[in-house]
Ligand binder design. Structure first.
Ligand code: FES
Length: 74
């Protein structure tokens, strides 16, 4: 579903960003430009973002964090 018509940002784009580590809505806006023009999509974008952040971890983000931690200590 397209959430932001101005910038063609979908719910999957938002979920993908969260899965990749975006945990702040303002960062999401910087990355995708969602809700940064007319603002009509703000509430929906926020709801999709909040649900994605609250969703249980499927494991791949934890693997990314583990990999980053291992790299940082090496
Ligand atoms: S619909 Fe998202 S900023 Fe306009």
């Amino acid at each position: 579903m397209i959430v932001c018509l101005c910038h063609r940002v979908s719910d999957r784009d938002i979920q993908r960003a969260v899965s990749s580590g975006t945990q702040c809505f303002e960062v999401l806006q910087d990355e995708t430009r969602v809700a940064s023009s007319c603002g009509c999509c703000y509430d929906c974008a926020r709801d999709v973002f909040d649900a994605a952040v609250a969703a249980p971890c499927t494991g791949h983000c934890c693997k990314s964090v583990s990999r980053m931690a291992a790299t940082a200590t090496a």
